[in-house]
Design a protein around this ligand. Sequence first.
Ligand SMILES: Nc1ncnc2c1ncn2[C@@H]1O[C@H](COP(=O)(O)OP(=O)(O)O)[C@@H](O)[C@H]1O
Ligand SMILES: [Mg+2]
Length: 265
Amino acid sequence: MSAAHPTPQLERLSQACQRLRLHRVDTELYTVLEQAAKRELGYADFLDEVLGLELAAKQTKHLAMRVTMARFPFQKSLDAFDWSFQPSIDPKVIKELATGRFIAEGANVLLLGPPGVGKTHLAVALGLKACELGLRTMFTTAAGLITSLGKALYENRLEERLKLLTQPKLLIIDEIGYIPIDRQGANLFFQLISRRYERGSILLTSNQSLGAWGEVFGDTVIASAILDRLLHHATTVNIKGDSYRLKEKRRAGLLRPVTHPNHAE
Ligand SMILES: Nc1ncnc2c1ncn2[C@@H]1O[C@H](COP(=O)(O)OP(=O)(O)O)[C@@H](O)[C@H]1O
Ligand SMILES: [Mg+2]
């Protein structure tokens, strides 16, 4: 509230706003009242405006909180994605995923393809959409996730850690396949997948085809048990094409075009 000489009623209103945690209305109380009087707003219109003001402020604040909690490595949207550069991706599939329906169904998403084709970009953009939908989201790399699970096991806090990782509606696990996973890591990863199975969505990215996951996890039995659960309800997006990172260099003639082996099946 910012009136030069607040009346007792204005002071009372301001206190009520504070107790009800209507902070935005409190800050703008005087202006809101003045404007409403000037525009001769009806009762319902006035209430509509006041509550709408607070709601919008709260939504903005909650979104910012969810985005911070998600720990994205950067923020990029689907609007910033150049679909024409990566024709192997069907924009309709990604736009369907952006509705968040897969999260409501507890289904998973696998983004597969060589480095630089936009897997992390799309994962972050879909994660931001989930945040906008009010869904708790967490971003992690496979290496970071397995290290944290190993540490929790060592510290006798595995159960606690697994519970924490089961809470987000969407768990994004980036970069499976870059670093080989040892037996203990594979086991911990399997436990996490089992926990979240049909309870919470996982979106993961990998530079390796699913057929190569046996090598990634150092064990074909555990890899197929992981894949079995992940793929039960899942959308798989196979991205084939050139690295966007190298696009400019290639354009400038600094690099020769490359063809990628057929990556993900
Ligand atoms: N089709 C695209 N349109 C716009 N930017 C892209 C596209 N593909 C990749 N990029 C950008 O190129 C960089 C590498 O993409 P990234 O998502 O990290 O690739 P990946 O995770 O597949 O290795 C990022 O800065 C990303 O925003
Ligand atoms: Mg990446």
